[in-house]
Ligand binder design. Structure first.
Ligand code: ADP
Ligand code: ZN
Length: 443
């Protein structure tokens, strides 16, 4: 495979020089962070008053972790490290798990982000000859603008389609010969379901690649999208606290996401004991910005669960890879005492050929016990079959789930199009034990 680099020097430098530069940039970042009331206080609590106090990485590990609540408490300006006149944009997280957090950017911060985005997209083989249709929501959410500027920086034609309006997405794809799209995996599955209704087949499209991110998804979902459209699908990881998309991205080998270590220090910790877990065991990802000026963040608890691959990637990039995100620490469902991640359920469902592309997970109280229900969309063919076949299919889904999560859930089959679809991040888990009854549709 002919590997394409955006910045060969940075991508393929040796480990030692990368780590030396990390420490250097860390010191600069700590100096900048000390301009903020938040970090002045936080660092003082461990006896650090200046960047001089960071001599080795051992000193770095003494810095207390920063949480999402810290960012909220610092709202609006306690984590801003430069005068407001130097700030040119702000972004906010989508607030999936509560009040959004705000991140400010200087012009230099945005240039740094754009570099990372261009590097990420190039790693998948994308070039200036590509036509890039960005189906992520434009706005405060970082999914839209991040890769938008990355695509322009590469020199490709960028179509700022934003999310939703399936008909228009198809029209843009056909009119301009879109070769690369960026969307949530659930939206791409939804889009494929609508192709037929619009009288379009995948052969009418010039599509070659998709970047998917913003929500957890399994390897089986990737395969499903690849097979349905006949394209290559690359996993993209990012979060607004660390810019947005362009933090970690798969290269053409599609074997885990290179996390750009010249821009971030990564650590993996046990989310409960907070101990270091970089031995491949997996845990919560902790990130530190190395290039940001307006909102530097030290040792941020992403709450995302992943692990670092120990081996080198054949592409020759020095930046280590992280595995597919298994879920968030706060996604974990404890059902009658058993730990279940929604991603385990998804994996089972997506492996079954009968299942469609949409599902829902429901947890509720049934007397003293917890009850798990999994709703799965299946093709209409299944419903025209004998009722006995239908029951046999339900039993098979149940058995496969039981084998994976050790719990036997209730299983409901639904016709395609019956479960709600989302243009942004999909909401598939409804935990009614916590009064999470907001938008349950068609129960
Ligand atoms: P919010 O935390 O409000 O959802 P963001 O819009 O910043 O805010 O979303 C970032 C989060 O989205 C990440 O922390 C992660 O949980 C999830 N995410 C982003 N990309 C991926 C991906 N490729 N796979 C799984 N989860 C992802
Ligand atoms: Zn690689």
């Amino acid at each position: 495979m002919q590997v394409r680099y955006w910045d060969r020097e940075v991508e393929t430098q040796d480990r030692e020089s990368l780590e030396e530069k990390q420490l250097e940039d860390l010191r600069v970042t700590v100096a900048v962070a000390l301009n903020t009331p938040f970090y002045r206080k936080r660092l003082a609590s461990v006896g650090m008053q200046s960047a001089e106090d960071i001599r080795t990485m051992e000193d770095f590990y003494k810095i207390p972790l920063t949480s999402k609540d810290d960012l909220r408490d610092a709202f609006p300006y306690d984590m801003l490290a430069v005068p407001l006149e130097q700030v040119v944009r702000l972004h906010a997280s989508s607030g999936t798990t509560g009040i959004p957090t705000v991140i400010y950017h200087t012009r230099g911060d945005l240039e740094g982000w754009t570099e990372l985005a261009a590097r990420s997209m190039t790693a998948t083989g994308m070039t200036r000859s590509d036509v890039f249709q960005n189906m992520m929501t434009y706005g405060l959410f970082t999914g839209g603008l991040g890769l938008h500027y990355g695509g322009e920086h590469i020199g490709s034609l960028v179509i700022p389609a934003s999310s939703g309006n399936t008909k228009r997405q198809f029209k843009l794809m056909k009119d301009f010969g879109t070769t690369v799209v960026h969307a949530t995996p659930s939206y791409l599955l939804h889009l494929h379901g609508k192709l037929g209704g619009e009288g379009i087949s995948t052969a009418d499209l010039a599509l070659k690649k998709a970047f998917v991110g913003a929500e957890p998804h399994s390897e089986n979902v990737r395969k499903k999208i690849e097979d349905l459209f006949g394209i290559d699908v690359y996993n993209s990881y990012g979060l607004s606290e660390m810019n947005g998309p362009g933090v970690a991205f798969e290269c053409e080998y599609k074997n885990g996401m290179h996390l750009w270590e010249d821009a971030y220090i990564m650590e993996i910790i046990d989310p409960v004991t907070l101990e270091d877990r970089e031995d491949g065991a997996g845990g919560e990802l902790i990130l530190t910005t190395l290039k940001r000026t307006a909102t530097p963040i030290l040792r941020y608890r992403t709450r995302d669960l992943t692990s670092i691959y120990p081996d080198e990637c054949p592409c020759g990039r020095v930046h280590r890879r992280i595995s597919r995100i298994k879920g968030r620490t706060d996604d974990l469902l404890i059902i009658n005492g058993v730990n279940v991640f929604p991603s385990q359920i998804e994996e089972v469902i997506m492996k079954m050929p009968e299942s469609g592309t949409n599902y829902q997970i429901l947890v509720e109280k049934s007397g003293a016990l917890d009850k798990l229900t999994v709703k799965v969309e299946v093709g209409s063919q299944v419903f025209s079959d004998d009722a006995r076949d239908l029951n046999a299919l339900i039993e098979r889904v149940k058995d496969n789930l039981k084998a994976s999560i050790s719990i036997s859930p209730a299983v409901e089959l639904h016709e395609h199009g019956c479960l709600p679809v989302y243009e942004g991040k999909a909401k598939r888990v409804f935990d009614l034990r916590n009064g999470d009854a907001d938008d349950i549709i068609k129960r």
